[in-house]
Design a protein around this ligand. Structure first.
Ligand code: 13P
Ligand code: SF4
Length: 327
């Protein structure tokens, strides 16, 4: 018997303690996916075991694209809230399930909609490009959404005389200003994971691994990007390690991406860049709220589900569509 008798009714929600430990969660998730005609989308920062059962693993832009193209009846999103919300904005008629609704993002939290509205009102002639790591309300107040892999291309399409507001990541914004030569007014937000890499500890790793290349996500601080051998979005970092002949890499982004790097490059070594604290890992605490158990439960319970007011969804859809069309 898989679940206890008291849980037999269909309407009852199961919780983690109700899961029979002998249950093959991989097989159950595969069965539920088929029964529901669901697609399972996962970000590179998810646990390896979740990435391995996903139908598609990608960066923010690729996942938004997949969500906009899917023919599945249900979208199960193994990522953080703003990512699942984007999938819902693009698919109002489909349930979008997220294993843990509390899987947030420090960047999205750093930009509350009421304050962003004031920021926009203080710069009425500016065009607002907003990183996808933000809430639906903030998207609804933006002119164009971007991701780390699409931002440069999108900025290049804004007429040079148009002033730009870039929100909410000050590090990505500063990096893009350098890359594009375009001055932008930045929101003062940051990612808690990418801001804590230790240059000193990276230098120590370089002593024992002198050939290792430092690769970094543009959400990292300027001082770290200045010493990086390559800077790119999660998918750009993944492509880079496959295309170069180097054998060792220090990876300055969330450690989940190393799972795909090791799968793609079995002979190469990937070292997670250590943070400037006592912790040895660089995991996003929000991404890691999703577990295989919660993934199974959200499909079994068909909950938690992403919902939002229709007026916000419609306003948020415009700058997302614009991004998908322009990138
Ligand atoms: P990517 O767009 O590179 O996948 O980054 C998403 C993210 O949350 C980085 O912290
Ligand atoms: Fe947000 Fe940073 Fe986690 Fe990415 S790694 S989801 S930006 S908190």
């Amino acid at each position: 018997m898989i679940i206890s008798d008291k849980l037999k009714t269909k309407t009852q929600h199961l919780s983690e303690s109700d899961i029979d430990l002998s249950l093959d969660l991989y097989a159950e998730i595969a069965r539920l996916k088929k029964d529901m005609n669901a697609v399972l989308l996962a970000h590179y920062y998810q646990e390896g075991e979740i990435q391995d059962i996903a139908d598609f693993v990608g960066d923010s832009l690729e996942l938004a694209r997949k969500a906009s193209q899917t023919k599945a009846d249900v979208i199960v999103f193994a990522g953080v809230h703003f990512m699942a919300e984007t999938a819902k904005i693009l698919n109002p008629g489909k349930p979008v399930l997220l294993p843990d609704l509390k899987a947030g993002c420090s960047l999205a939290d750093s930009c509350p909609a009421d304050q962003f509205k004031q920021f926009r009102e203080a710069h009425p002639d500016h065009f607002a490009i907003t990183y996808i790591n933000c809430t639906a309300e903030v998207k609804a107040l933006s002119d164009l959404i971007c991701t780390s892999s699409s931002a440069e291309k999108l900025i290049a399409q804004v007429p040079p005389e148009t002033p730009i507001l870039f929100s909410p990541d000050r590090n990505l914004g500063a990096y893009l200003m350098k890359k594009t030569g375009r001055k932008m007014t930045l929101w003062n937000g940051s990612c808690q994971v990418h801001e804590i890499f230790s240059e000193k500890k990276i230098a120590q790793i370089k002593v024992t691994h002198p050939e290792a290349k430092l690769i970094a996500h543009p959400e990292c601080e300027d001082h770290l990007l200045n010493i990086a051998d390559f800077i790119g979005s999660t998918s750009a970092l993944l492509k880079y390690v496959q295309n170069v002949s180097d054998k060792e890499f220090i990876v300055a982004t969330e450690a989940g991406i190393i799972h795909q790097m090791e799968k793609a490059c079995p002979g190469k070594t990937f070292i997670a860049a250590p943070p400037d604290n006592n912790c040895a890992c660089n995991e996003c605490p929000h991404m890691k709220l999703n577990t295989l158990e919660k993934l199974y439960l959200c499909m079994k319970n068909r909950s938690p589900e992403i919902t939002m007011p229709e007026d916000i969804r419609l306003r948020a859809l415009k700058p997302i569509r614009r991004m998908l069309d322009m990138s």
